[in-house]
Write a protein that binds this ligand. Structure first.
Ligand SMILES: Cc1ncc(COP(=O)(O)O)c(C=O)c1O
Length: 368
């Protein structure tokens, strides 16, 4: 159906940046620059400068960023990796596909890892912790960093949803041994297909990922060091992302302003719980604007019939997908969040009018 207020608006997005994007894409294609050429290197350098790290390695997706980071850090069979249950399945699949065991812990009301649960989940086999900066807000990296340094654990960050978000002035993706970004089309920095990157200060990790993404080959010597993967970030995608990176700061500002408008319009309505506010440490980039209500499914149906498109991230706890064989869990916050969350329209193209329409429909639903 055609929504009056779409969740995202890729056509309008393309229209706005068409000239710049086509110049970059056609430039790469016309020169025959398809694989590991200047566009990829330039994007990696520009992103490293933006994030404030020494190395960025472009890969085929956010999933690959996580998988290859864990492999490069030596995580493998017999190791446990602690992460949150309330995340996209790729976070967990990356751990499983290294041969390691994911240990799922609950989140707090603000969707961030419960650090008490993290401490309790650590065993002699725990090798790494994988915090997820969900919805565009960085995890409590002071507390997680403190636990990991006391217990000798590696941190790999899932920053797929949080490029440009900060904690204590530091960028998401710079707290761990490696930080993993996704350029899936509807991410804040989205390509025209799958894409991802790893940020790291660790030369050895960067080198290993450069090899792993290219079937294990060292490009300088031709030596195959591992059984690797075909997992490059394509040159044309890199050229697109380099154009978009220049606009990222203004898109972050836009999303923060849209989020403020939602918050002003929805405060005190029904039983709604709004996203956590920024605190002294955090600057949220609002990849998603997520609200909670005990009447989620009815609200979603009402918004749909009012022409407002929404999404639910995610309607059932990941371990209830039995094919994933994650075992049984009892994680009350994760379970409640899956029942209650709904994500409102949010993108660089979301307008004030979109917010007004969505907020009016929500207030109408609650009889406010
Ligand atoms: C939290 C989280 N982790 C990992 C991923 C995986 O990224 P990709 O879709 O680029 O593989 C995503 C995005 O979809 C995500 O939202």
């Amino acid at each position: 159906m055609a929504y009056t207020v779409p969740f995202v608006n890729p056509r309008e997005h393309y229209r706005r940046y068409q000239a710049e994007l086509e110049a970059a894409m056609i430039g790469a294609l016309a020169q025959g620059d398809l694989i590991m050429r200047g566009q990829l290197r330039e994007f990696e350098q520009n992103l490293a400068r933006f994030v404030g790290c020494r190395h960025v390695v472009g890969v085929a997706s956010g999933y690959h960023a996580l998988h290859l980071s864990l492999l490069a850090a030596g995580v493998g069979p017999g190791d446990e990796v602690v992460t949150v249950a309330h995340t996209f399945v790729a976070t967990i699949s990356a751990i499983v596909n290294c041969g390691a065991s994911p240990v799922l812990v609950d989140v707090r009301d603000d969707y961030d890892m419960d650090c008490g649960a993290l401490e309790a989940a650590i065993t002699p086999r725990t090798r790494a912790v994988l915090p997820v900066h969900l919805n565009g807000r960085v995890s409590d990296m002071a507390a997680i960093g403190d636990i990991c340094s006391r217990r000798g654990l590696l941190i790999i960050e899932d920053a797929a949803q949080a490029i440009g978000a900060t904690f204590g002035g530091r960028q998401a993706g710079t707290f761990g041994r490696a930080g993993c970004f996704s350029f899936f089309p509807f991410k804040i920095l989205g390509g025209f297909g799958d894409g991802g990157a790893v940020a790291t200060d660790d030369e050895a990790i960067a080198l290993a990922i450069r090899r792993l993404r290219y079937n294990g080959e060292d490009r300088d010597t031709g030596e195959y060091h591992y059984h690797g993967f075909s997992a490059l970030l394509d040159n044309v995608q890199a050229a697109v992302l380099d154009v978009k990176l220049r606009h990222l700061p203004s898109w972050i500002e836009h999303r923060r302003r849209i989020a403020q408008r939602y918050t002003a319009a929805l405060a005190g309505v029904g039983d709604l719980r709004l996203p956590p506010a920024d605190d002294a440490d955090r600057r949220d980039i609002f990849q998603n604007y997520v609200i909670r209500t005990s009447r989620r499914d009815a609200l979603r149906a009402h918004l749909r019939s009012s022409g407002i498109e929404t999404l639910v991230h995610w309607p059932k706890p990941v371990w209830e997908h039995l094919g994933l064989r994650l075992g049984e869990h009892r994680l009350p916050n994760t379970e409640a969040i899956c029942r209650e969350v709904i994500s409102l329209p949010m993108s660089a193209e979301t307008t004030d009018r979109d917010v007004e329409l969505a907020a009016a429909a929500i207030r109408g639903f609650f009889g406010d």
